[in-house]
Design a protein around this ligand. Structure first.
Ligand code: SF4
Length: 146
């Protein structure tokens, strides 16, 4: 990870606590991968599987968001893909935190093993939400009208 990024300074942090000095953006959502091991029936990842391009966001691309991250309260790492499959996920989370953002993600949890679960705890993400979209044929039955 590029180490040139300077974390918010003390005075900037104090200023942001003052009324009227909140950051411009409440939340920036970033899809860090379009890969997923699941096949939820109403996900574009599944529906358009013939044309779907599976790839991870490179760290260098995420780093270009730095000016935006510095204006956001929170970064939510999720898109049509399983975020933890991006091998840079924890570097991305760390850079978001360095920008002074709270960090959240949504995961289907299918690839979550002990080591990765421990890394999630260590990374001190503010929110780790289970992906309730994830379901198989039988549990989609009652949601066909969605
Ligand atoms: S877990 Fe999420 S990204 Fe993966 S197929 Fe299901 S809805 Fe799509």
């Amino acid at each position: 990870m590029n180490t040139d990024f300077k974390a918010s300074g003390f005075w900037r942090n104090i200023k942001e606590l003052l009324p009227g000095h909140r950051r411009m953006l409440d939340c920036v959502q970033v899809a860090v991968t379009s890969r997923c091991m699941e096949h939820c029936r109403y996900c574009p990842h599944t529906v358009f599987k013939e044309r779907w391009q599976q790839r991870d966001m490179p760290m260098a691309t995420f780093e270009r968001l730095w000016p935006i991250l510095q204006r956001a309260e929170r970064v939510h790492l999720q898109g049509w893909g399983e975020p933890l499959l991006n091998s840079n996920f924890f570097n991305i989370a760390a850079l978001s935190r360095k920008a002074g953002c709270t960090v959240s993600t949504t995961t289907c949890g299918m690839g979550l093993r002990e080591k990765q679960a421990a890394a999630l705890v260590e990374a001190e993400l503010d929110i780790v939400a289970p992906d309730r979209h994830r379901c198989r044929e039988q549990c989609c039955t009652h949601r066909r009208s969605i």
